[in-house]
Design a protein around this ligand. Structure first.
Ligand code: FRU
Length: 491
């Protein structure tokens, strides 16, 4: 049996099997709907569909099954990532219509090639842009293929995917992530009057090559400033940043410049979203309160520590929703949505150097007005530390990182720290959300967490209510039929 301490109490995971990118995030007719990349075939990771959770308040969630799965030729090897666009008053009852856009993945054997020696970069792969709609958020109508590889510019390899659609000044725009034939990341920008007929506007490139592919592009608009957010693969691992080979982040555009008018990005302005081990493919959306929210995949491909540490029958989770705000210098601050605070139990002071036992495995630690160095240690196993001008995390025993090793970033001053501990998911927010770390921690099997802090002044701890246990115990994530799947050629 898997270690019960690794269960999640307020983070979303698939009830079973594999989860990656958050998809189709929206608030639709008042209800939050979070889709995610679901693979029923895990531990093989090759058959993607969209699972879904819904919530009235971002803390109480219902599992909604797998509303979108492969069913047409153009998505026969996977319903890949994409977004939801809410069409105001577009439904038959006069209410809002949810229109999703996603990539239909097709990987076919190329004649004359063996599946083993073909890389599906220059031929043999389709990234079709597909749409379908729903009036209730769960049941979707017929799929319509909007764009095929032949509609993308010549300069692109077959890797084109992850549509993000938004409206600006009465027109709709779509960003797609792509890989240039020269093996560098780029985006494509399209426009449309009706959300169905799309015209290519221009590519968005960096001045100098920046990773070999850009996935999951997003636009961020805060206080009249615009940003392009991307998930690039293939950045070099440096001492102070880009610790993962897949490191998402954003570029702020020059004052007054719109993304739709931007063709070249200065890659030197890249800001990394999160410095933890487990963070990729974040998606950004606006809710009905007008807030800009980000949700990231707490996972990554391609790192040695992505294997499952024990007998878990599920793998990976997503971050709590983070509210994005803009700091005067352009940095985007990320903080947990305030709704999370409703899960807090009675507060207990965390005094300097005195161990505290918190019952359960979920807690929220808040340290403010910090002066100088210090560390917070959980169960003698996981540590958040600020020392020698660096803020970092560390795993204190052999197994609890499951291959993850300590990492840190330079930071001149640490003013505040918030640590969300949720079984095996930890999210850290420092300096008002200017620096964040999302990492998994596979700590000891206990019914409590012991916390000790050497920071001054004292902090506050809150036990957190577990709102997920019931859903995870009862939800049934299904096995799917993949119509076009051929065991031998599609691997
Ligand atoms: C990012 C990504 C997307 C793709 C999806 C497939 O993690 O590679 O580009 O659509 O995952 O699951």
């Amino acid at each position: 049996m898997a270690n019960k301490s690794w269960e999640l109490g307020f983070h979303l995971r698939s009830p079973r099997n594999w989860l990656n990118d958050p998809n189709g995030l929206c608030q639709f007719r008042g209800t939050y709907r979070f889709f995610y990349q679901y693979d029923h075939n895990w531990p093989a990771i090759d058959q993607k569909a969209w699972g879904q959770f819904s919530s009235p308040d971002l803390i109480h969630w219902t599992y909604e099954g797998v509303p979108i799965e492969p069913s047409i030729d153009e998505d026969r090897h996977g319903v890949f990532s994409g977004c939801a666009f809410v069409e105001k008053g577009g439904a038959s009852d006069g209410g809002d219509l949810m229109r999703v856009y996603y990539t239909g993945n097709v990987v076919d054997l190329v004649p004359g090639h063996s599946p083993k020696d073909f890389d599906y970069v220059y031929a043999g792969r389709e990234g079709n842009t597909i749409t379908c709609t729903s009036e209730d958020g769960v049941n979707f109508g017929p799929k319509q293929v909007l764009l095929r590889n032949s509609d993308y510019p010549e300069e692109c390899s077959c890797h084109v995917r992850d549509p993000k659609v938004w409206e600006q000044d009465g027109c709709r725009y779509m960003l797609l992530g792509a890989r240039h034939k020269d093996t560098r990341g780029m985006c494509l920008l399209f426009s449309s009057d009706d959300g169905l007929n799309w015209t290519f506007m221009h590519p968005i490139n960096s001045e100098y090559s920046f990773g070999f592919v850009w996935e999951c592009p997003n636009i961020v608009q805060l206080d009249g400033h615009e940003y392009l957010a991307i998930s690039p693969q293939g950045l070099p691992r440096l001492k102070d940043r880009w610790f993962n080979r897949w490191t998402p982040g954003y570029f702020e555009l020059p004052e007054g410049q719109r993304l739709i008018d931007t063709e070249v990005i200065d890659e030197r302005g890249f800001e990394q979203w999160d410095f933890g081990h487990d963070f990729y493919a974040p998606q950004i959306f606006s809710d009905e309160k007008g807030r800009t929210l980000l949700v990231g995949w707490m996972g990554t491909f391609d790192e040695y520590y992505t294997s499952v540490p024990d007998d878990l029958d599920w793998w990976h989770c997503i971050t709590v929703p983070r509210v994005l705000t803009r700091r005067a210098d352009g940095r985007i601050l990320q903080n947990p949505v305030p709704e999370i605070e409703a899960l807090r139990g009675e507060s207990v002071a965390l005094a300097h150097g005195i161990p505290l036992e918190i019952s359960g495995r979920c807690c929220d630690l808040v340290l403010t007005d910090l002066k100088g160095e210090g560390m917070v240690t959980l169960d003698d196993s996981f540590q958040v530390l600020y020392q020698n001008g660096r803020l970092g995390i560390d795993y204190l025993d052999e197994t609890s990182g499951a291959g993850r090793k300590g990492r840190s970033i330079p930071l001149d001053e640490l003013h505040d720290l918030r640590i969300l501990v949720d079984g095996s998911a930890i999210e850290i927010f420092a300096n008002g959300g200017a620096e964040t770390f999302a990492s998994r921690w596979f700590g000891p099997e206990l019914d409590h967490i012991s916390v000790i802090s050497t920071f001054s002044p004292a902090g506050i701890t809150y036990p957190m209510t577990n709102t997920m246990a019931k859903m995870y115990a009862t939800a049934q994530a299904p096995d799917l039929e993949f119509p076009g799947w051929n065991e031998t050629i599609n691997r």
